[in-house]
Design a protein around this ligand. Structure first.
Ligand SMILES: [Zn+2]
Length: 266
């Protein structure tokens, strides 16, 4: 069974041995994934990796992979090498990783960091983020519906990631978990849930800047057109089980087979 290699993962390993990259191998192998965000708006994947490298002996915090809208960069070997090394992305003292998965995250989990901010295209960064997490599940035989946990759930007194980073692109943690499963199914060829189309011609007035998405009722699809508020837009039907945005899963389809979210149209 192949996996759809939509994106490239760029290795840019930190110097080892160093505080951030000890070179230690993940002892039980890869058992789960911790979803992080950088907590530092506007910082890029490349910028974070370079900061790690430049401060590699100043402190030990690290993560395996950084994702922004342009790049997926692996700075501790995880997917792009034959060995999987430990990164220091969750405190050893917290109990929840052991309770949920039977291991400390640093020993058995790949840490993936989401980059966000007004200089980063949130949709594109998010697409790459869910893809690389789905790819880790595929590579290490992990169940995509059970193997991902947010850093904030492991260390709730100190951390809010990735909830805060996702919020900046109006996405929730629950949506992230669902989208990873959908992405996994799409990339492995398992057919994702079918959209139920209802024919109904009509038109609406655009209330907020509207993205028209190519071929699918989801914010993961490419934007083919942007419509300004106040303009009118026509549709030939709708689905009620597209991606849920602000609690609303209804999307209209235009004559070209592209979709726009109903919440932005009156
Ligand atoms: Zn984190």
């Amino acid at each position: 069974m192949p996996f759809n290699e939509k994106y490239t993962i760029t290795p840019a390993y930190l110097t080892t041995p160093s505080k951030r990259r000890s070179g230690q191998i993940m002892s039980p192998g890869v058992k789960f994934i911790v979803a992080h965000d950088t907590g530092n708006p506007r910082s890029t994947a490349r910028g974070n990796r370079n900061y790690y490298e430049n401060s590699r002996d100043d402190m030990s915090a690290s993560a395996h992979i950084f994702v922004d809208d342009k790049e997926i960069i692996e700075c501790i070997p995880a997917l792009t090498a034959n060995k999987q090394e430990k990164a220091w992305h969750v405190l050893y003292g917290v109990p929840t990783d052991n309770q949920l998965f039977g291991y400390n995250a640093n020993d058995a989990a790949i840490g993936v960091e989401y980059c966000y901010g007004d200089n980063i295209n949130a949709d594109e960064s998010y697409r790459k983020y869910i893809w690389v997490i789905a790819k880790i599940c595929f590579t290490y035989g992990l169940d995509p519906s059970k193997s991902i946990v947010g850093h904030c759930f492991l260390d709730p007194r100190r951390k809010t990631d990735p909830v805060t980073g996702l919020l900046q692109s109006r996405r929730t943690y629950d949506q992230l978990l669902k989208d990873i499963v959908i992405e996994y199914n799409e990339c492995t060829g398992v057919v994702a849930s079918q959209y139920t189309f209802i024919s109904l011609q009509g038109s609406g007035k655009v209330q907020h800047r509207l993205n028209v998405r190519k071929g699918a009722p989801t914010t993961k699809a490419d934007v083919v057109q942007i419509i300004s508020p106040g303009l009118s837009i026509s549709y030939i039907g709708y689905v009620t089980n597209g991606e849920t945005v602000n609690g609303n899963a209804k999307w209209y389809m235009d004559a070209a087979g592209n979709y726009f979210w109903s919440g932005a149209v009156e």
